[in-house]
Design a protein around this ligand. Structure first.
Ligand SMILES: Cc1ncc(C[n+]2csc(CCOP(=O)(O)OP(=O)(O)O)c2C)c(N)n1
Ligand SMILES: [Mg+2]
Length: 373
């Protein structure tokens, strides 16, 4: 027989709680205990409010550029919930909700986007890496971390998060290839929010799913409704088990949507249709859980009012703490790169960098004293 079939592929799409309130009992029953669901819901509500407040802080000049997570609360939260606290979370910038679940204080996120890099100094015990803004770099870090864990025989997997656009980066393919060929326990978690700034997914990926990119490397691939917390938890549990038991990486494509602009420096109305946004507003992950809990009679309006008040207080307190942190000095730019600062940089530091502006540092009288800000 001259032609034989060498591959027949299939990708499963998992949905447990859809936007119409349909709940798949077979997959969903017992997956998230009610008590946890209430806590998870609370995290999503607080995270959404933080986004709204951060947007206003930026507009009123109290914050730098900020990438809202609005509409994408469920993917990282479901993943963080399924992971052990000792597993690595290797994130980019739309995983606030999961990081808060892990225990990252909200003011750290605010401080970081207020322009203070110390906000990205993640407490070690959280097992989370700094928020990666360069697209794609963190997937390689996750592969390295999980490889190290395997080598040291630690019971630890790494989960790395990235967007649909990041799957066009070379780093992504290197990380995937390495992980699959060396049996490294990494979960590659793609938040497919349909857009990479103004570039729609269909331009970046001509395959019908992003998930199948994992197939090319020989790893298990799963696709789910990313706005369905239950579906995310279901897929993550499978992926984590495969990592822990067999050191196998898994690729998860969580289909979601960025309800806001790419960042506060963007205006998405210039490149996408209002109808598309409306369609996805109806698939909001937060409303979905709220309605589900109401239908199960474990949530009501008075509990919601209590939560809203708590969220208000928590976010206001975080803003106050972030704004109360003393600003770094301009000298900090020089302080953390070299054990011993080269002479040329010392001159720049001591002259407020006037030498780089074409002024003669020797003409400046008391360089060191003018540094404080
Ligand atoms: C290496 C690199 N190239 C380009 C950019 C500029 N940039 C910032 S976000 C972004 C799009 C990322 O899209 P996606 O991966 O889908 O993530 P999303 O923002 O949609 O969550 C680009 C190109 C960058 N930060 N890093
Ligand atoms: Mg995207």
């Amino acid at each position: 027989m001259p032609i034989t079939k060498v591959l027949e592929a299939q990708i499963d799409h998992v949905s447990i709680l859809d936007e119409h309130g349909n709940f798949d009992e077979a997959l969903g029953k017992g997956l998230i205990p009610d008590e946890d669901l209430i806590k998870l819901y609370g995290h999503m509500v607080i995270c959404r409010l933080l986004d709204e407040v951060a947007f206003k802080l930026q507009r009123s000049g109290r914050m730098g550029t900020y990438p809202q997570n609005m509409g994408q609360e469920a993917p990282s939260l479901g993943a963080a919930y399924a992971l052990e606290s000792t597993d690595w979370m290797v994130t980019c910038y739309r995983e606030n909700c999961g990081l808060f679940w892990r225990g990252l204080p909200m003011e750290k996120i605010l401080q970081h986007w207020m322009g203070d890099e110390r906000g990205n100094d993640i407490p070690r015990e959280l097992h989370a890496t700094p928020i990666a803004v360069p697209i794609g770099t963190q997937m390689l870090h996750a592969t390295g971390l999980a490889w190290a864990a395997k080598y040291r025989k630690e019971d630890r997997v790494a989960c790395t998060f990235f967007g649909d656009g990041a799957t066009s980066e070379g780093d992504f393919h290197e990380a995937m290839n390495f992980a699959a060929n060396l049996d490294i326990p990494v979960v590659f978690f793609c938040q497919n929010n349909q857009w990479a700034i103004s570039v729609p997914g269909k331009i970046q990926c001509s395959a019908p799913t992003v998930a199948q990119r994992g197939m090319a490397y020989g790893m298990d691939c799963l696709r789910c409704d990313g706005n369905d917390l239950f579906a995310v938890v279901h897929c993550m549990k499978k992926a984590i088990a495969s990592g822990r038991e067999n050191n196998r990486p898994t690729f998860i494509e969580a289909v979601t949507y960025r309800l806001g602009d790419h960042t506060t420096a963007d205006d998405a109305r210039r490149y996408r249709d209002a109808e598309e946004v409306e369609l996805w507003k109806a698939r909001d992950p937060i409303t979905r859980i709220k309605e589900y809990m109401k239908s199960r009679k474990i949530w009501d309006d008075s509990k919601q009012a209590e939560l809203d008040e708590h969220a208000d207080q928590a976010v206001s307190a975080a803003v106050k703490r972030a704004e109360g942190i003393e600003s770094p000095t301009t000298n900090d730019i020089f302080n953390w790169m070299y054990a011993e600062l080269p002479e040329s940089l010392a001159v720049q530091r001591d002259t407020m960098r006037t030498s780089s502006l074409g002024q003669d540092p020797s003409q400046i009288e008391t360089p060191q004293t003018s540094q404080q800000n």
